[in-house]
Design a protein around this ligand. Structure first.
Ligand code: HEC
Length: 397
């Protein structure tokens, strides 16, 4: 109950305006009640189940509840959630939802300037239709056309990392020092902004960075360009000590999203801060060989390029936890993934593995998330203003 309350606080913040007046808690006791020493599993009432599933159906499966579903809810109350959500994940509407979700998250769709912005969505749709592991969204070595057919990827890189190595992703996130590409990767697939826990992403040693990013205090700042702007010149290392590691992975992709073997990662002395020559971006690393190399460190592991980095991200617990948060975000139309308690996140990830194996599909992650008691309670509380009581009744002997 406490967990649900905390989760709700986060949901309410994320979608302000969705809260109704408090104080109706007493009116909401369900018919059940636990007696004896074996509490019944939590179950939403039929009315709350319908409210819950009616909210989720349009984004998750692209339609409203069917007559059959509403009848099933009336009969089975909260017990109908799992079978109904499981069937949703087999529908074409769910495939489309996966496409929408990834296109929204990455702000990519359509085609322009000869770039196919549909590639990220195509891969998402393919993985869901084929019930493949969702981790492949950043590790798959194939690109897909809109029907799921194999397609050559378009960056020219000698490796592939799912949506990350599509020009659609790289072009829409091109920026100085490759910061936007790296922050979008971490935000979307690890639900992390900067700074991150040091335990997750150890910082690159200061002396390896260009002087501007070493500063923790104003006194330490030696670069005049940083003194005037960015956080009054201090604290850079706190975030950029981590950013540097992620940005390095993109050092060979130019602003057109093409992989350039000879990229140096060196600052163009005649150009804007953070830019290298020929539409490439500068590295955080000071040593020329390091600046030109795609080798880096992600979540404490040495990696030789973006594809290896993506694999490390998917092997971390944060990947599944973030995928579950993204499902809640998308299902409820929030603008960012809700803050969920670490316990709940861990339990969503563990459930996803129970339903879908060690490397679960988006379908399994969705079922695991939407059938969790605490998610149900929090969403119903968000919709009604009141924490729902369990409608489970003990079977009469
Ligand atoms: C709290 C974390 C944090 C700290 C501290 C921080 N930055 Fe950043 N910095 C960011 C983020 C986040 C971005 C934007 C990344 C993106 O584009 O998504 C950014 C962007 C930048 C950019 C690129 C701006 C552009 O227009 O593309 C530069 C340059 C930069 N920071 C320099 C610095 C310097 C120098 C310092 C210290 C004075 C500093 N930052 C301190 C997080 C931080």
């Amino acid at each position: 109950m406490r967990r649900a309350a905390v989760l709700f606080a986060a949901l309410a913040v994320a979608c302000s305006g969705a809260i109704s007046a408090p104080g109706t808690e007493e009116l909401e006791h369900g018919p059940g009640g636990s007696s004896g020493n074996k509490p019944l599993p939590f179950m939403l009432s039929a009315a709350h189940t319908e409210l819950y599933l009616a909210k989720l159906a349009p984004p998750i499966v692209g339609r409203v509840l069917s007559k059959e579903e509403r009848e099933r809810i009336a009969r089975e109350q909260g017990g109908a959630i799992r079978p109904i959500v499981t069937l949703w994940t087999k529908e074409a509407g769910f495939v489309q939802a996966a496409r929408n979700m990834i296109e929204l998250k990455l702000s990519v769709s359509g085609a322009r300037d000869g770039i196919d912005f549909g590639l990220p969505g195509n891969l998402a749709a393919y993985l869901v239709r084929e019930e493949q592991p969702w981790s492949k969204i950043i590790t798959d070595d194939k690109c897909r056309d809109k029907d799921g057919g194999e397609l050559a990827c378009d960056t020219g890189a000698p490796y592939t990392a799912g949506v990350l190595t599509t020009r659609a992703y790289l072009v829409s996130r091109a920026s100085r020092f490759n910061l936007t590409r790296s922050s979008a990767m971490l935000k979307t697939f690890a639900c992390r902004v900067y700074p991150q826990e040091d335990t997750l992403q150890p910082r690159i040693p200061k002396e390896k960075l260009i002087p501007m990013f070493r500063a923790l205090t104003l006194e330490e700042q030696t670069d005049e360009r940083a003194k005037s702007g960015f956080g009054n010149g201090s604290g850079c290392y706190t975030c950029h000590g981590q950013f540097s590691a992620h940005a390095q992975l993109f050092v060979k992709f130019d602003e057109q999203g093409k992989w350039v073997k000879d990229a140096t990662g060196l600052q163009d002395e005649a150009g804007e801060l953070g830019r290298s020559k020929n539409g490439l971006m500068a590295s955080h690393f000071v040593e020329p060989a390091a600046a030109a190399s795609e080798q880096s460190q992600v979540f404490g592991k040495e990696v030789s390029n973006l594809a290896e980095a993506a694999k490390v991200i998917t092997e971390s617990p944060v990947f599944l936890e973030c995928a579950a948060r993204n499902v809640v975000e998308y299902g409820l139309g929030l603008t960012k993934p809700p803050e969920l308690e670490p316990d709940l996140l861990g339990s969503l990830a563990a459930r996803a593995r129970t339903f879908g194996g060690a490397d679960p599909s988006l379908g399994a992650i969705t079922i695991a998330t939407l059938t969790h008691d605490d998610i149900q309670k929090a969403v119903v509380k968000m919709l009604t203003g009141t924490t729902p009581q369990s409608a489970a009744v003990e079977a009469t002997p």
